[in-house]
Design a binder for this molecule. Structure first.
Ligand SMILES: *Cc1c(COP(=O)(O)O)cnc(C)c1O
Length: 234
């Protein structure tokens, strides 16, 4: 067993603990999602042996391909943008969809979840930095979108928000974006909509998770810092 994964996880958990404590929380209040895109099954299973309980993929087809080869009882997260016609492949496999950002997608998830006899937990993705390349709803659209899901999609349960900071050299510059997402989450929570809960804030990746945790994140999505640089050629 190569030990770098174990070492990296140990360091990350320590960092999570320190930053969670800074905002009055415990390590156990934070969900660490190991982002396993392009990572092979052996390495993923190794991370699971080291205590990883949640894994995140950004492509439906990668979830389908790896699903049977992953040992242990883990939760699967779809963290990348989701095409409507791919929902059917993952509806029975994933525990949380982080990228709900449009009505057509909500309707499809609702329909497929109903057929599968489940209520699908989803996060609504926010586009806080207004970068064209990022998916997600604009802040001004969030409330209406939540109302639409709440009133027309009984097989979707919204569990919170997901957001990404823009890429910046200094992660400190991401702080204002995380703060803003937290504010939106509090605002939505106060509206008390049926089927809409704000118990998760999915923010923070390898380069900025410590800042995200300080600003209230309780779900971090970390790939590179666990598995090393991704090799997209494989
Ligand atoms: C790849 C990815 C991550 C993890 O990024 P790292 O920088 O490798 O930690 C997190 N979130 C999403 C949506 C991703 O696609």
């Amino acid at each position: 067993m190569s030990s770098y994964i174990a070492e990296n996880l140990k360091d990350i958990n320590q960092n999570i603990k320190v930053n969670a404590n800074r905002s009055g929380r415990e390590l156990s209040d934070i969900v660490l999602i190991a982002v396993t895109k392009t990572v092979d099954e052996d390495k993923i299973n190794e991370a699971i042996e080291c205590g990883v309980t949640d894994i995140g993929e950004n492509k439906p087809q990668e979830i389908v391909r790896k699903f049977e080869h992953i040992r242990g009882n883990v939760r699967w997260h779809l963290i990348g943008s989701l095409q409507t016609n791919k929902v059917k492949y993952i509806i029975d496999k994933v525990d949380l969809i982080h990228s709900l950002d449009r009505e057509g997608l909500a309707k499809e998830i609702d329909k497929r979840a109903k057929a599968a006899g489940k209520v699908m937990d989803c996060l609504v993705q926010i586009n806080i930095s207004h970068e064209d390349t990022k998916h997600g709803l604009d802040e001004s659209e969030v409330e209406n979108f939540m109302r639409m899901v709440s009133s027309t999609c009984p097989n979707i349960r919204i569990r919170g928000l997901m957001g990404m900071a823009p890429f910046v050299e200094n992660p400190e510059e991401s702080r204002i974006y995380f703060k803003k997402i937290k504010e939106i989450s509090l605002k939505i929570e106060n509206l008390n909509m049926q089927g809409v809960y704000m118990d998760y804030l999915s923010m923070g990746m390898s380069n900025d998770y410590e800042i995200a945790l300080q600003e209230g994140s309780n779900m971090v999505r970390i790939g590179t810092a666990i598995f090393g640089k991704r090799n997209y050629a494989v």
